[in-house]
Design a protein around this ligand. Structure first.
Ligand code: ADP
Ligand code: ZN
Length: 640
């Protein structure tokens, strides 16, 4: 049985009923109260004076010095000419109603005329002055400022709660969760087939699918169903996709939201949204709650809390933990969260019974990239020269989302060229565009600058070609793109552990750009900024993080529990700081000199390469082989 009471739409409907009823009551009261003179017939002053002269009138009320209500005498009421004024006497049961009413122009004038007539009459016309107030009108007017204030308030609240639920009445739902629900009606159609690669991760989540499909099998043996799983991986690696596939495979409702959806500027809103989310999920159990970017609320508590602004986030996190602890193993609600920064998460989140399963979703390797390409190439009309193997080799370091993006971008490029199908070159252009940003063919660049860029890039290419552990080169270009003037792309080996000689070779290749400028022009430039940044970081990591430096020794200043934030104090002494600085600079200097040596030895080839680059603008590995011959260390590229 589904409990319909908590349907938010119905709640809103009720609110409107209340408003409507109040408005109608107001209107009715207004009509009845303002008019004691209902049913009296309008007449004119001249007619009135005629009646008065005839002695038909018993008394008059002068209302607000503006209007006159006329009461006929007993005898006059039965006269034929006054018949119409008596017809609607239903209202005059309790108190007598006036028979006529009219407005006179000027009060003074009216009184003069009346007193003239009154002199000759017996009995005289009774005259009374009445001030009547329209109470309800007055109340309305006095309430107007409040109504305006309330209207403004509602408007602001709506703005703040951000139109997620659509329609009106959002002030009443600010504490409701903003989770998007995919259930039987809007079914999750993603299955494991749509998730390419990620074999290990799929195997781990397969278990969750089994739990959801057949919980009895596990509980019968006394086992407990897991409550949460944490997907850890860089953006775009398919975490959301994987969670959706779990829901799709298990055919259960899927609540999807982002950690930042809990955060609002009002205190307590986050916690109440968490409660609401879990309540909804339990109603639909078995179900899956997916919280993307959980680091928005799950950051370690009580740290760098100088401003106190984190209190609200802490409350939210506490509520989340309470909810996860709170539901029994038979609720069948599984929380899947995703983050790319597992190191900043609160340890309490990972405790047993919470997100105790951590599933790593890595960037795809060359084989997985191929599979992802296959998934995303399926809907495209591609020409026969598109080679999936080639594409997956050309896209080192790309995430699944990047690959999806490449496929889409390639289709757009082909369409722009009015092609019938998407060709190889369109894919390459798309890759370039995604890596480097838009091509800027018309960027103003002098001949001299172009030459400098060509030698810089040729320097990278040459040095990396000559070093055993440097990543093999894929492509060098001097077409300006985005903010860079040129680029050399490598196929990084996907290593799990890195040896110092590998790091040093890579640093040497990175410094090859500046070294080439020095060797050829004997001048250096600002063009090497990002190279320098990279090597400096790497050298610092060697010394302070990985303990790869003899002088500093086998120790690390990295603190995994601290998110690597030192705060105000450094964990080492001044002397050590000096040693670290010296070692970093000596490592870099050594590699720079090494790059210079390599380039001096291969100066001819370097110049040759730079010249090819200047004419062709883009060169590939094959062009390098023409100049340098086969690279002796290139084994992994062929086997992959
Ligand atoms: P994340 O949540 O890790 O940031 P998403 O799951 O949102 O990444 O992935 C974004 C998009 O990238 C997906 O919609 C899908 O099109 C594509 N994608 C990512 N990984 C894969 C994969 N392994 N197989 C197929 N498509 C993928
Ligand atoms: Zn460079």
């Amino acid at each position: 049985m589904k409990n319909k009471k908590n349907n938010p739409k119905q709640a809103n409907f009720n609110q409107y009923w209340i408003f409507g009823t109040i408005a109608i009551i107001f209107l009715l009261l207004n009509i009845f109260s303002s008019s004691g003179n209902i049913g009296s017939v309008s007449t004119t002053p001249s007619k009135f004076f005629e009646f008065a002269a005839n002695g038909d009138i018993e008394k008059i009320d002068i209302i607000n010095k503006r209007e006159v209500l006329v009461y006929l005498s007993r005898d006059a009421r039965i006269k034929d000419e006054h018949k119409s004024s008596n017809s609607n006497s239903i209202f005059s049961v309790a108190s007598r109603n006036p028979n006529y009413k009219f407005e006179f122009g000027d009060l003074q004038n009216f009184e003069n005329n009346l007193s003239k007539i009154n002199e000759n009459l017996n009995p005289k016309i009774e005259i009374s002055y009445v001030t009547k107030q329209n109470i309800w009108g007055d109340i309305l007017i006095s309430m107007l400022p409040f109504i305006v204030i309330i209207a403004i308030w509602i408007f602001i609240m709506r703005r703040m709660s951000g139109g997620a639920t659509g329609g009106g009445g959002q002030i009443f739902s600010i504490g409701k969760s903003k989770a998007k629900l995919f259930d039987a009606n809007s079914k999750v159609k993603v299955t494991f087939e749509d998730v390419a690669g990620l074999e290990g991760a799929k195997e781990e989540v397969q278990e969750i699918v089994d739990f959801l499909k057949n919980p009895k099998k596990y509980t019968a043996l006394g086992g407990k169903i897991p409550k949460g799983a944490l997907l850890i991986g860089s953006p775009g690696t398919g975490k959301t996709l994987l969670a959706k596939a779990v829901a799709g495979e298990a055919k259960v409702p899927f609540f999807s939201l982002s950690g930042s959806d809990f955060v609002e500027m009002f205190v307590g809103v986050g916690a109440s949204r968490v409660r609401d989310l879990f309540k909804k999920a339990k109603e639909k159990s078995p179900s899956i709650i997916f919280i993307d970017e959980i680091d928005a609320i799950g950051r370690a508590r009580g740290k760098s809390n100088f401003t106190g602004s984190n209190d609200e986030r802490e409350n939210t996190l506490n509520q989340l933990l309470t909810e996860m602890d709170g539901f029994g193993t038979n609720t069948n609600v599984i929380v899947i969260a995703a983050t790319n920064r597992a190191d900043v998460l609160d340890k309490a989140l990972m405790r047993a019974g919470r997100f105790d399963r951590q599933i790593y979703v890595d960037l795809p390797d060359v084989r997985e990239r191929k599979k992802i390409f296959e998934v995303h190439l399926k809907p495209l009309k591609k020409s026969s020269n598109v080679d999936v193997d080639f594409l997956s080799k050309q896209t080192p370091g790309f995430s699944g989302a990047d690959i999806a993006n490449v496929c889409n971008e390639a289709a757009l490029i082909a369409a722009r060229k009015n092609k019938k199908s998407v060709g190889k070159q369109d894919f390459l252009d798309a890759v370039d565009r995604i890596v480097g940003g838009l091509e800027k063919k018309n960027k103003i660049i002098t001949e001299e600058e172009k030459k400098a860029v060509a030698f810089h890039e040729a320097g990278h290419a040459t040095v990396s070609w000559m070093l055993e552990h440097a990543a093999p080169l894929v492509k060098v270009t001097i077409v300006p793109r985005g903010r860079s003037l040129g680029a050399a792309w490598y196929l990084p080996e996907e290593r799990l552990i890195v040896r110092p000689e590998q790091m040093l070779d890579e640093m040497c290749a990175t410094l090859g750009g500046r070294a080439a400028e020095k060797v050829i022009f004997n001048k250096i430039s600002t063009g090497a900024l990002s190279d320098l940044e990279k090597v400096t970081k790497q050298a610092r990591a060697m010394v302070t993080v990985y303990g790869l430096n003899d002088k500093v020794g086998n120790l690390t200043y990295y603190d995994s529990s601290n998110g690597n934030e030192y705060g105000f104090t450094k964990p080492y002494s001044e002397q050590t700081a000096e040693t670290i600085d010296k070692e970093i600079s000596s490592i870099i200097e050594k590699q720079y000199q090494r790059a210079i040596r390599i380039l001096k030895k291969n100066k001819k080839k370097l110049i040759q390469l730079a010249e090819v680059l200047l004419t062709k603008e883009v060169i590939f590995k094959d062009n390098l082989e023409e100049i340098f011959g086969k690279r002796p260390f290139d084994k992994d590229l062929e086997t992959k």
